[in-house]
Every structure is written in structure tokens, then in C-alpha cells.
Ligand binder design. Structure first.
Ligand SMILES: Cc1cc2nc3c(=O)[nH]c(=O)nc-3n(C[C@H](O)[C@H](O)[C@H](O)COP(=O)(O)O)c2cc1C
Length: 148
């Protein structure tokens, strides 16, 4: 069993809900998932020691939040090369945040990112059966690539 960190930012709880559903998918695929707010991390070492990483942030003002930018600079201090990764976020109309985070994980950290790309979900569908399934499937796409 491997250990996956799902670290997220969320102002009104939508991206947090996505994080919890993604964790369910990871657990269904046989692995452990920790779901934590990015504000819980103050030092790079606290992010270390996971086998895979899924980062999430909503889009505000066509951007990720300032807190997520700080968190990504913190994660830069780790060696994440080759580790499995994914990125997600809730939005209403433009949804830039998740693909931007996904790109940073792929091109800067050189992680092995899920074939599904970034998971951007409109906030209105997160609490539906389809929204929950999309998140669980996303978690499974990370989990099934990890050796048990
Ligand atoms: C001030 C403000 C600015 C926003 N800007 C964007 C935006 O540029 N693009 C977009 O797709 N959604 C935008 N949104 C919508 C949020 O991304 C959406 O409500 C999201 O579900 C919030 O997620 P959270 O509950 O995890 O914070 C904005 C919302 C607010 C309140």
C-alpha cells in the first residue's frame, strides 16, 4: 500500500469536496490518502515522504490563489521527479488553476502525471453523482498506477 497526499486550497468548500472524493478513489484502488489544506504546511519536510501527490486549487481572478503559489514554491524544495501526480480544482467559467498546477508538476517538478490531465469541475456538478464519480475516477487513475 502506498501513501498519497491530496493537498488543497478552498475558500468556500467546493475544491475541498473534490479532494475528499478523489481520496475515496485512491482508497478504492487500495492505497492510503491524506487530505490536507495547503495552509497546514509550513516546511518542505512536512510535504515529503509520500508516494504520490495530488494538488488542488479553485480559480479566482483567472489564477490560482496566492497560497497555492507559495505552496508550490515550498514543494520545489523536494525531489518529486518521477513520482505520480495529479491536479484539480473547482471553477465557474474559466478554470485556469488546475491546468496551471498540473503544468508546474509535470514540467518543473518532472512528475509522472496522470494521463487524464487536470481535473477541472464546474462547481455546480461537484455534488452530483457525475461530479463525485469524476473525482473518484481521477483518484483511481493515480492509485492504479501505483504498485500495491
Ligand atoms: C471574486 C471571485 C472571482 C472568481 N474568479 C473566477 C475566475 O476567474 N474563473 C472561474 O472559472 N471561476 C472564478 N470564480 C469562481 C470560483 O472558482 C468558484 O466559485 C469555485 O467553485 C470556488 O471554489 P472553492 O469553494 O474551493 O473556493 C470566482 C469567484 C469569486 C468569488
Amino acid at each position: 500500500m502506498k501513501k498519497v497526499l491530496i493537498a488543497y486550497a478552498s475558500r468556500t468548500g467546493k475544491t475541498q469536496k473534490m479532494a475528499e472524493f478523489i481520496a475515496e478513489g485512491i482508497r478504492i484502488s487500495g492505497h492510503a490518502a491524506d487530505v490536507k489544506k495547503i495552509s497546514d504546511f509550513k516546511k518542505a519536510e512536512e510535504i515529503d515522504n509520500y508516494d504520490a501527490y495530488v494538488f488542488g486549487c479553485p480559480t479566482y481572478h483567472r489564477d490560482m490563489t496566492a497560497g497555492m503559489k507559495t505552496f508550490l514554491f515550498l514543494a520545489e524544495n523536494l525531489n518529486l521527479t518521477g513520482k505520480m501526480g495529479g491536479a484539480f480544482g473547482s471553477y465557474t467559467h474559466s478554470g485556469e488553476s488546475a491546468p496551471m498546477i498540473f503544468d508546474t508538476m509535470e514540467f518543473v517538478y518532472k512528475m509522472d502525471m496522470t494521463d487524464l490531465g487536470a481535473l477541472s469541475l464546474k462547481e455546480a456538478i461537484i455534488d452530483t453523482t457525475d461530479g463525485k464519480k469524476a473525482c473518484q475516477d481521477y483518484g483511481k487513475s493515480v492509485g492504479t498506477k501505483l504498485p500495491l
